[in-house]
Design a protein around this ligand. Structure first.
Ligand code: ZN
Length: 180
């Protein structure tokens, strides 16, 4: 079995390649990989880097939803645990967007500890982006709706890691403050 560092580096490389042509929705259009490394860094800081499966999940969390990667690809490259974690935080894209958003609020409470930690880090990164580089063309109302929704999702994952909860609270307060 490869060492943790080898697996983690491989996951970063794979995520960067899979998302190579993708940019964030914000006005600065940052490379998508910046979101993935931010999520992984948030998770690493909050947990002291103790759980490489979680960090690999952070790097790979959008590969099933947003790239041509399959569950089998992830399982073969990174093992069943990582593939299952990524699948757990992946929306069903066959459903309408509003339904997917509703399900995230409803289903997150029943997910694994790792999936919940990942959700908090993901929403923290997204809220930071809303402040630093709001999506072009989004109205104030749409931005505000997103901030409210992110907090509703995170509400059901809180209480597992104080540092991560705090990082989210800071990002959430700042987003609320900016949007009035
Ligand atoms: Zn994400």
């Amino acid at each position: 079995m490869s060492s943790d560092l080898v697996l983690l580096t491989r996951a970063a490389d794979y995520a960067a390649r899979q998302h190579i042509a993708q940019r964030r929705k914000g006005e600065r259009a940052e490379p998508y990989v910046n979101h993935l490394t931010e999520v992984a860094a948030l998770l690493a800081e909050a947990t002291g880097g103790a759980d490489v499966t979680l960090l690999m999940g952070g790097l790979l969390h959008d590969t099933l939803e947003d790239t041509d990667a399959t569950y089998e690809d992830l399982e073969q490259r990174f093992g069943a645990e990582v593939a299952a974690l990524v699948a757990e935080v992946t929306d069903d894209k066959s459903l309408p967007k509003d339904e997917r958003k509703r399900l995230q609020i409803e289903k997150t409470a029943g997910k694994s500890r790792r999936a919940k930690l990942l959700k908090i880090a993901d929403k923290t990164s997204n809220l930071r982006s809303m402040v630093n580089s709001p999506p072009a063309g989004w109205s104030e109302a749409r931005l505000r709706d997103y901030v409210v929704w992110a907090e509703q999702v995170v509400r059901s994952c809180r209480g597992l890691n104080a540092a991560l909860d705090r990082a989210f609270d800071v990002a959430h307060a700042e987003a609320k403050c900016r949007l009035g």
